[in-house]
Design a protein. Structure first.
Length: 284
């Protein structure tokens, strides 16, 4: 079963995703205000039991998809995590010994089917299809051998980027990665129950149906278990934290000339066992 956060009638809810819409569950669990609280209390099985046999409460078309965990403490993104991505930089350097990381803010993401926003300050809006993991069991200095046990769920991410703004300074990319509504996350959370869900699965990003990015998580320079172990070395991971695990080669910036997203484009990110995240593009 899949779980999502959505807005209807001016109020945010969460529930189970079903054919044709949502089964709202949040009113049944006032002690769990968001899916972050559900995750913290290991509540997916409780939600699943509550959804069984229930009719739709919110049919398709009467709600807006939100990002699945609306209030994470932190969103940490892994950069340059596929071999071909490292080669794209054309700097002659081998793959680095440690991963590159940066932070994103929740308001820089919209949910499934909500358009990405291209700001007036720059036309260089780019896409990056990725898988995101949601931490279920927190911890510090988590051993790599135990790391996958700390995952609660999987979702998808379009880690939209304003390319010229990632180069406004010498050593950071924060300002190019955090424009309001420049990226997307969702559509839902898929509970994590088996390492096969992440160790070697296919990931693809399409723009207007054209495949731009395609790879497998088994080729990551830094597998997800290592990401969790490394990140938890310097910061305590808590339930609901999100790690965006890296994008394959093929982002718009790497074409000659670059191919930026423009209003009317449709970007789809798809991964085996998770689903499809779809967003249009509009001007602010």
């Amino acid at each position: 079963m899949r779980f999502a956060t959505f807005t209807a009638d001016g109020r945010q809810h969460y529930g189970a995703v079903a054919d044709g819409g949502m089964i709202g569950l949040s009113d049944d669990f006032p002690q769990w205000k968001t899916l972050r609280d559900v995750i913290e209390n290991d509540g997916f099985s409780t939600l699943e039991d509550a959804a069984k046999g229930r009719a739709l409460s919110h049919p398709d078309g009467c709600f807006r998809w939100d990002i699945p965990v609306p209030n994470p403490e932190k969103i940490i993104c892994v950069g340059v995590n596929f071999p071909d991505r490292n080669a794209e930089y054309k700097d002659g350097q081998d793959a680095p010994p440690n991963m590159s990381l940066f932070i994103r803010f929740p308001r820089s993401f919209v949910g499934h089917e909500t358009p990405l926003t291209r700001p007036p300050e720059t036309p260089q809006l780019d896409y990056e299809g990725e898988i995101a993991i949601v931490i279920g069991k927190g911890g510090r200095r988590i051993a790599q051998a135990d790391a996958l046990d700390h995952i609660a769920a999987l979702t998808l991410c379009n880690e939209g980027t304003l390319r010229d703004w990632v180069r406004h300074a010498k050593f950071n990319v924060t300002q190019g990665k955090n424009w309001d509504g420049s990226g997307a996350m969702g559509p839902w959370l898929v509970p994590f129950t088996n390492p096969d869900q992440i160790v070697d699965v296919g990931l693809e990003a399409r723009v207007n149906g054209d495949v731009r990015q395609k790879d497998r998580t088994g080729r990551m320079l830094f597998p997800v278990a290592r990401q969790i172990a490394y990140i938890s070395t310097f910061t305590t991971l808590v339930p609901g934290d999100i790690i965006v695990t890296g994008t394959p080669t093929g982002a718009g910036a790497r074409f000659d000339p670059p191919i930026w997203l423009v209003p009317g484009d449709v970007v789809e990110v798809e991964a085996q066992g998770i689903g499809i995240l779809r967003n249009g593009v509009i001007d602010e």
